[in-house]
Design a protein around this ligand. Structure first.
Ligand code: OGA
Ligand code: MN
Length: 325
């Protein structure tokens, strides 16, 4: 690791705002918020403090919040419009915005044990996600891992930061294709989804719209390739960039207890649901908050990366001693 001073170390561990307490639990991301009751609408000042804490800490945790699905949706709506996931199991007509993950002996978890930000196959991926644990949780296992992709960006060398600035990557709904079978009906359905959710180009380095921090914005679940590169180059670069989320210094491991609520800033983090608990039960509820356009950083110093034809100075043998006949 680079022995640079991490500016996050200097931030206070405990702070108080609008009567709520924010205690940081990780250096690069993670904080627990206490002194709020999410069963009831929050006073504006408390809501503003939570909204700021989300951006600052990237992941916020609320313990002992035994709230209804309706209260979860109402809390989510304070941040913006809730979106409907095209593929995740939801509550149907009454509350399509409410995702229910019910994993047990008959339904193993699907598709969350890969590092990802949520729904980056969309033109405008969600700004945040809120996940609520019910009281049906594994006795052991089923943690969720998070990674700060702003810290992951900061940890890249200056050379790499410069190199990836201004690149765009293709994001795709590929992980959901296996949900469709081979029947004609299924293939038609899949085709409709593909028309509704065509591959999207997103900047590899995005600027967080609130904090202004730079964020590494590629993930192994949805990112297919770097635009404008040879496939082999793209694969090698993505492999290097995906690896950033695996570095423990940028991670935080969250342990669920009954009625814990976790909310992550989907613009600056990735997560991974640890699938180690099957066949135990794990029942969770989720709402997702609509995001805005993804703004990238400009290409850094194009002149320095433009390929120039090598012109040998006078008198230099460019054939290295091999003379053409
Ligand atoms: C999600 C997700 C993580 C988990 O809800 O987007 O990836 O721990 N879930 O269930
Ligand atoms: Mn997810």
């Amino acid at each position: 690791m680079n022995p640079r001073v991490n500016p996050s170390v200097a931030r206070p561990v405990v702070s108080q705002r609008a009567g709520i307490t924010i205690r940081r639990t990780g250096v690069n991301l993670g904080a627990e918020i206490s002194g709020v009751d999410l069963r009831h609408p929050l006073p504006d000042a408390q809501f503003a403090a939570i909204e700021a804490a989300l951006v600052e800490n990237e992941l916020i945790i609320f313990r002992d919040q035994d709230i209804t699905s309706e209260a979860l949706m109402a809390f989510g709506r304070r941040f913006g419009e809730l979106t409907v996931h095209p593929f995740a199991p939801n509550e149907g007509k009454n509350a399509p915005e409410l995702i229910k993950f019910r994993n047990d002996e008959t339904t193993p978890p699907f598709g969350t044990d890969v590092w990802h930000s949520d729904e980056t196959f969309r033109a405008e991926p969600p700004m945040a996600t809120i996940l609520r644990a019910t009281d049906e949780l594994p006795a052991v296992g089923g943690d969720t891992m998070f990674a700060s992709m702003s810290a992951a960006y900061d940890g890249l060398s200056d050379r790499m930061q410069q190199y990836i600035s201004g690149l765009h990557a293709i994001h795709d709904m590929k992980p959901f294709r296996p949900l469709f079978g081979q029947s004609l009906e299924d293939r038609k359905k899949l085709q409709q989804f593909e028309l509704m959710y065509p591959p999207q180009l997103h900047p590899v380095v995005r600027i967080h719209p609130v904090s202004g921090r730079k964020v590494l914005f590629v993930n192994p679940q949805f990112t297919l390739a770097i635009d404008g590169m040879e496939e082999r180059e793209s694969r090698a670069l993505l492999d290097t960039l995906f690896h950033q989320a695996l570095i423990p210094e940028y991670q935080f491991r969250h342990r669920w207890e009954p009625h814990t609520i976790a909310m992550w800033d989907n613009r600056s983090t990735q997560h991974y649901a640890v699938h180690d608990y099957y066949p135990q039960r794990r029942y969770m509820e989720r709402v997702t908050i609509k995001g805005g356009p993804v703004t990238g950083v400009p290409r850094a110093d194009p002149a320095s990366v433009r390929r120039a034809k090598y012109v040998a100075p006078e008198g230099v043998d460019t054939h290295g001693g091999h003379k053409p006949h």
